[in-house]
Design a protein. Structure first.
Length: 227
């Protein structure tokens, strides 16, 4: 069963979403504020987010940017479900990273269809690979040229975050919050230590984990001799 996190402060609409989406077979968690939803993300992770824009406290666009800026949640689809339906609102939401945008009032049948479409897009293979390195997500196993890599849980998550975004710089703050949690903001020594131990275990592939000074790290599928 797919889990949906919905942030909506209108209680009548919450009831509608709970009733209709549960009827379509989804497990729905409802939140009045974006802050409440983000707090729960430290221990739970959904398959899809529904975000209103006009919320008490943090608005939906700000919450969207936080989600898409965190490697732990960036791949999870976000559908904006809001009364703000001008062309500028829609463009702003999509530019901020929303995967879809639905204006109120809406059809629950259309909403379900849009959710299904996003979930199909994010259906992931059990394995990811990057020229010699393979990772089995279900078994939590990694292989280098077919040989098992003995990684700790955090090293595995770090390598996954880098390979999943191969060629793209991953900021230090995003890696720390996504893998260790918000409490580790500023603890760059933790990240640096795990980068060192990960490189040591990658042997001949160590130089593919490239330091981008002052920003973070990236995984280069081809060795970057100039890094």
């Amino acid at each position: 069963m797919h889990t949906i996190f919905s942030v909506e402060d209108d209680r009548d609409l919450q009831d509608l979403l709970r009733f209709s989406l549960s009827g379509f077979g989804y497990d729905v968690s409802l939140f009045d504020t974006a802050e409440a939803m983000l707090a729960v993300l430290e221990t739970e992770k959904p398959d899809l987010f529904l975000l209103d824009i006009m919320l008490p406290g943090m608005d939906g666009i700000e919450a969207l940017k936080i989600l898409k800026g965190n490697p732990r949640y960036a791949a999870i689809p976000v559908i904006m479900l809001t009364a703000k339906g001008t062309e500028m609102n829609i463009v702003s939401g999509l530019d901020a990273g929303a995967d879809d945008y639905i204006t109120k009032p809406f059809s629950v049948m259309e909403l379900s269809a849009r959710i299904n479409a996003q979930l199909r897009k994010t259906a992931k293979p059990d394995r990811i690979a990057a020229e010699g390195i393979e990772m089995d997500m279900d078994a939590r196993e990694a292989y280098i040229e077919g040989r098992p890599l003995q990684l700790t849980a955090k090293e595995f998550e770090l390598l996954y975050a880098l390979i999943k975004n191969a060629g793209k710089v991953q900021k230090r703050e995003a890696l720390l919050s996504g893998i260790w949690g918000y409490a580790y903001f500023g603890e760059t020594r933790t990240l640096d230590m795990h980068i060192r131990t990960l490189r040591a275990k990658l042997n001949g592939y160590a130089d593919r984990v490239v330091t981008v000074r002052g920003i973070g790290f990236k995984y280069c599928p081809q060795r970057d001799a100039g890094a």
